[in-house]
Design a protein around this ligand. Structure first.
Ligand SMILES: *Cc1c(COP(=O)(O)O)cnc(C)c1O
Length: 387
């Protein structure tokens, strides 16, 4: 359970859920690298029995994450997909999930290849129009899975409008908030029931750890998720929890710079003669700009673009021609990354489905880092000159 309700998020990142170590006064949460805890007599202990079930470093991270999302409960997992796995295990065979169609590739894969064979049905639909979601709701619908901004086409889904569809029903809205981070968007405040993170990205922020988390205000969901965390065992190690806690302390200053650089680079790309479309929710002519401006506190550091002629060969030249932008999967670290969704993160999605969701052959995705914008622009200018 977290306190710190009245603090600004810039203070919560540094203080929420954290207190000096009771044994030494260490200001930083120690890495409790232990598998078990000594009991004074059978059952006579301080609430710590076995480290899959309880670990003070993990508890500190969970409380901190809960506070950042304005939630009561935080539950951490060994990866973002470990968190996805736990959330889908809230369901039973026969249940149905409506998910956004341009979903993170790994989430799509676990839905289709792992959970569909267990009898859970998934519908995929563009969610920038809530009416399309409404049309798919039936008596078996138990969950609506939102990811916004979407990956990699950066559409914006109106979380409030989606949550309104579930009023008076038992349907739970899950929001994967990885791309925005709690600094830019807090889905629980907008009516979502469950927030999910790959902390591997902006929360960790330094490309040095893989970790996932779920945050909720719902007592029943939280109890079940703690049960699943312990029963299924996808818990993060204490060192990884420490790294994410450390990363979170600068979340707000990093995100301010990610947003600033994202803005500069999106505008620069828009004027480039070899660039066709620039996908960035900060543009006034972005189809979901109004929703983005309302539900987000900034437009983030993710920018995608396509090339005139839409050729994979041209895209390859750009992708292999940058030096500062490293060609790699992932996002949200301090360093800039460049990626090709059609062949990398979204390779698991069948081509027809992929193109229908806008992931065309020349689509390039940037995770704009916090370097100097002028250096990043020079790097992109050089790479685009290779076409
Ligand atoms: C990376 C990512 C995930 C999966 O997280 P891992 O930590 O890599 O397991 C889930 N959702 C989104 C939006 C992601 O970017």
């Amino acid at each position: 359970m977290s306190d710190h309700k009245d603090m600004h998020i810039e203070t919560k990142t540094i203080h929420a859920g954290l207190s000096p170590d009771p044994t030494t006064g260490a200001i930083m949460t120690p890495i409790y690298q232990t598998s078990t805890y000594v009991q004074r007599a059978p059952g006579d202990h301080d609430g710590f029995e076995y480290a899959r079930t309880q670990n003070p470093t993990r508890h500190a991270l969970q409380d901190n994450l809960a506070a950042l999302e304005n939630g009561k409960y935080g539950i951490a997992y060994s990866s973002g997909l470990g968190a996805v796995d736990a959330v889908i295990k809230l369901l039973q065979p026969g249940d149905e999930v409506i998910a956004t169609n341009d979903l993170y590739g790994g989430t799509y894969r676990i839905f289709r290849k792992v959970f569909e064979p267990y009898g859970i049905k998934f519908h995929f639909t563009p969610m920038d129009d809530p009416q399309k979601v409404k049309a798919l709701i039936n008596d078996n619908t138990k969950m609506i899975w939102v990811e916004t901004p979407t990956n990699p086409t950066l559409k914006i889904i109106d979380i409030k409008a989606i949550a309104a569809l579930t009023a008076g029903t038992a349907i739970k809205v899950v929001a994967d908030n990885t791309f925005a981070s709690p600094y830019l968007q807090r889905p629980l405040d907008l009516g979502a029931h469950i927030v999910l993170h790959s902390a591997t990205k902006y929360l960790g922020g330094h490309s040095d750890v893989v970790l996932g988390a779920v945050i909720t205000n719902d007592d029943v969901i939280a109890e079940r998720l703690y049960f699943l965390q312990n029963s299924c065992g996808a818990v993060p190690g204490p060192q990884d929890c420490f790294l994410v806690l450390r990363g979170i302390k600068t979340l707000h200053v990093r995100l301010d710079r990610h947003c600033e650089n994202g803005h500069i680079i999106a505008h620069w790309l828009k004027k480039h003669p070899k660039v066709d479309q620039v996908l960035w929710p900060g543009f006034a002519d972005h189809p979901n700009h109004k929703v983005a401006a309302e539900q987000m506190d900034g437009f983030g550091g993710m920018v995608s673009f396509t090339l005139k002629g839409n050729s994979f060969e041209d895209a390859k030249k750009v992708l292999s021609g940058t030096q500062l932008f490293a060609l790699a999967e992932s996002l949200g670290g301090v360093e800039s990354l460049i990626g090709h969704p059609a062949s990398m993160t979204h390779g698991a999605i069948p081509p027809a489905e992929r193109e229908a969701s806008g992931v065309v052959d020349s689509l390039i995705r940037l995770s704009v880092g916090i370097e100097h914008a002028d250096d990043l622009i020079a790097d992109l200018a050089h790479a685009l000159s290779l076409i």
